[in-house]
Design a protein around this ligand. Structure first.
Ligand code: URA
Length: 247
């Protein structure tokens, strides 16, 4: 059975980064098969029981899915109001998976679902500037000047200025007084897209996330998911690490 360094096994299980796991080991928080281990070189296999401050690590194999979230589904593992949640679609998967990041209840589109805490931590880190493309149906006829504002950055109601973005009008409907606009951003603040459109006076009526980094919804219909390939997972890790190095 393959052996890995203790700090890697801890990071893979989503305990903390490798560096932070090393600190936990050195400080005596970690036991392997019931014994405190303080040596960083210690190798462990899947059969070894690792405890951090008395809690046993779950070391199941990692799974990664790309899910096309329908509107009307909460992007969480459970909802106290009993509404449908993303993990309801993954009941047949013999792993405890959860979505990475969030999409609003009334937003549809791409969301990643995994049991890999390390990848989830990396992708949700504010420094991970992955491009996400949204298609929004908004009220009113969006003008080129509006796009310029979106591209440069607008002041949102939380006081924050959005970073540079890509924006393009896909279509306008004079009769219905609405427009369809594609917006690519790399930030992930709460209700970011809705707040950006609100800031330019065109509230969002419908929102869909069409891509996440290099991943798209191709081949899926709403409510379906597919497993990510090894190469796709590798690429997400690579992009996340490159961003973590940047500043
Ligand atoms: N921005 C929003 O306003 N809502 C989402 O669900 C995602 C991004």
């Amino acid at each position: 059975m393959a052996e890995v360094r203790l700090q890697k096994a801890m990071a893979d299980a989503g305990v903390a980064s490798r560096r932070a796991s090393e600190k936990l080991i050195l400080e005596g928080h970690v036991k392997v098969n019931g014994r405190v281990v303080k040596e960083l070189g210690t190798k462990v296999s899947n059969d070894d029981a690792i405890e951090v401050d008395g809690s046993l690590l779950e070391r199941e194999s990692k799974v990664y899915f790309l899910f096309y979230k329908p509107r009307g589904v909460i992007s969480a593992a459970k909802d106290d109001k009993g509404r449908k949640v993303v993990t309801d679609y993954f009941k047949d998967i013999a792993r405890r998976v959860y979505p990475i990041g969030r999409l609003d209840y009334d937003t549809s589109g791409i969301i990643l679902v995994t049991n890999d805490g390390q990848l989830a931590n990396l992708l949700m880190h504010p420094r991970y500037k992955v491009n996400k493309t949204y298609v929004a149906k908004v009220e009113g006829l969006v003008q080129n000047d509006d796009l310029k504002h979106l591209r440069k950055g607008v002041k949102m109601k939380d006081g924050h200025f959005s970073a540079r973005a890509k924006a393009q009008i896909i279509s306008s409907d004079r009769a219905k007084n609405s427009s369809i606009v594609s917006l690519t951003i790399h930030e992930g603040r709460n209700h970011q897209v809705k707040n950006m459109f609100e800031a330019i006076g065109h509230p969002v009526k419908k929102l869909k996330r069409e891509s996440y980094d290099f991943l798209t919804l191709d081949g899926l219909v709403s409510g379906q998911f597919r497993e990510l390939s090894r190469d796709e997972v590798k690429m997400l890790y690579e992009h996340a690490r490159q961003n973590a190095k940047r500043k």
